[in-house]
Design a protein around this ligand. Structure first.
Ligand code: PHE
Length: 504
């Protein structure tokens, strides 16, 4: 703070006793903003001055209004561009005025004021003056407003000028300032720090200390922020880990059709394998051969059947299965893991519980709730003799940990599970049942070619990560969550994720 400036201000206040900050600024030839800043810093010294905030509306000329003050109103410019004794062609008149917009507005205004007329008797219509002289009242009014900031201006004139966008009303905030109970002309600089020297010499007794400002906000620490999807993902991971599940390695977005479809007993003519639904990779177009022995089993079950199944009765094509794609579901990873499990556990089978949460890709039509990529949460349990009842029980336990208590199951179809169930939960907010996932028991046509023992059943379920995240954070457009339109402020300010009502 410049102490000489504050003293000037205090001296001024001493002579006038009270005044408004705007008058102060004018009298002292200071910028008003500057005066306000000085007043605020004086207030830090206690009751030196009293400031009361007030506001009033001010009339100001717009850029167009300033133009009128300089060159005259649009209609006056039209009038003055018409030769007094002869007419002028409209086109020429407009080009003489210059700005086409101004000419057009001025022309119709001058016509309705009766200043000009369009003479159609000649070969080419001519614009003529209808009166000898005109008074540019608009310009006069604007000059008056400029000088007085809009005081004593007639209300209808004001409305008219506002409608023509020549003036605008702006709110001005200022302060009524008067002397405080502790008014003084000189301000002692307040101490901000108590030093050891002050204590040793005892000078602290005479010093005045600046008050603590307990309302001041701390400085925000700059740091990274977790995206909502990562936060919700972490919650799901915790739930799986608490339930004894092991995370599967999902670090391959590019997958072969073999593991994405064929190993899952999804026939090669299945519509999901169309380029309309799946992103195929052009370079490299083909993956290397799948494990030979297993591939033969897969080929056989697709084309001829086996294990009590008729198969699909078509010519299974190795090339088709080698086509690379962006995986359409993490079930491809589950298939790889179950195959590896069958290879590993030849003698004695031990139960496993696997989970994964990662990205998948689909050639979807994009809308508010669909993107071409999203995250899947998948759980897989393999054990001897487990049943659909185990799946329903496990799903209840899993969703209870998320705070979801009411579940319903609806039969559905997946090429790789039988029976299959869609999972619905009752949404308390929407007051209806909403689909939250898909599940089922992997088919023998998928498990037996892998070499898993015939008494082993595998139950599995999948859901998206985006859906619960959007519900949790109240986001209704997926593009606000993923993609280049994501507001980083949203990422910074959204809260930590604790899934409500969890039984943990
Ligand atoms: N893969 C299924 C999907 O993409 C989900 C699912 C996983 C279904 C496991 C059944 C079993 O929707």
């Amino acid at each position: 703070m410049d102490s000489s400036e504050t003293e000037i201000l205090l001296n001024f206040l001493n002579t006038v006793n009270q005044c408004n900050s705007l008058e102060m600024a004018e009298a002292l030839k200071m910028n008003h903003q500057k005066v306000v800043g000085l007043l605020k810093s004086i207030q830090c010294f206690g009751d030196v001055i009293v400031c009361e905030q007030t506001s009033h509306n001010n009339l100001q000329l717009t850029k167009e209004g300033e133009g009128v003050v300089e060159y005259g109103s649009h209609e006056a410019r039209i009038f003055s561009n018409i030769p007094p004794d002869a007419g002028i062609e409209q086109k020429l008149l407009f080009s003489n005025v210059g700005d086409q917009q101004i000419a057009k507005l001025g022309f119709s205004k001058a016509m309705s004021l009766g200043w000009i007329t369009l003479d159609k008797s000649a070969e080419k219509p001519l614009v003529r003056r209808k009166v000898e002289m005109v008074e540019d009242e608009v310009k006069q009014a604007l000059i008056k407003i400029k000088e007085s900031e809009g005081r004593n201006i007639n209300d209808t004139v004001k409305q008219d000028l506002k409608k023509r966008k020549l003036i605008q009303e702006i709110k001005v905030t200022s302060y009524n300032v008067s002397k405080g109970s502790d008014f003084k002309l000189k301000l002692e600089k307040l101490e901000t720090e108590l030093t050891s020297e002050m204590i040793a010499k005892g000078t602290w007794k005479e010093k005045q200390f600046k008050d603590y400002n307990f309302d001041a906000l701390g400085v925000n620490i700059e740091r990274g922020h977790l995206h909502p999807l990562l936060k919700v993902r972490e919650q799901f991971r915790q739930i799986f880990l608490e339930m004894g599940f092991t995370e599967m390695p999902t670090n391959n977005f590019v997958e072969s059709s073999f593991w994405n479809f064929d190993s899952l007993f999804q026939p090669q003519q299945h519509p999901a394998r169309d380029a309309h639904d799946t992103f195929f990779v052009s370079d490299p177009m083909y993956a290397s051969d799948p494990p030979k022995e297993y591939m033969e089993q897969v080929k056989r079950v697709h084309s001829l059947g086996g294990y009590g199944s008729q198969g699909y009765k078509y010519d299974w094509d190795l090339n088709e299965s080698k086509k690379n794609l962006l995986r359409t579901h993490t079930t491809a990873v589950s298939a790889r893991m179950l195959y590896a499990l069958a290879k590993q556990q030849q003698s004695e089978f031990k139960a496993v519980k696997y989970f994964s949460i990662d990205r998948v890709f689909r050639n979807e039509t994009l809308d508010a709730t669909h993107l071409a990529e999203f995250h899947q949460i998948e759980g897989v349990v393999a054990n001897v003799g487990i049943t659909l009842g185990d799946l329903m029980g496990l799903l209840s336990q899993f969703f209870r940990k998320l705070g979801i208590h009411k579940l319903k199951f609806k039969p559905t179809y997946n090429p790789y599970t039988e029976p299959s169930m869609e999972i619905f939960s009752y949404h308390e907010g929407l007051k209806k049942w909403v689909e939250i996932g898909n599940s089922g028991m992997f088919r023998p046509e998928m498990l037996l070619p892998m070499g898993l023992p015939s008494n082993v059943s595998v139950i599995a379920w999948g859901l998206s990560l985006e859906r619960p995240t959007m519900i949790k954070y109240g986001i209704d457009n997926i593009r606000d969550l993923v993609g280049h339109k994501v507001d980083l402020k949203m990422v910074e300010t959204n809260g930590i994720c604790l899934l409500d009502g969890c039984e943990r």
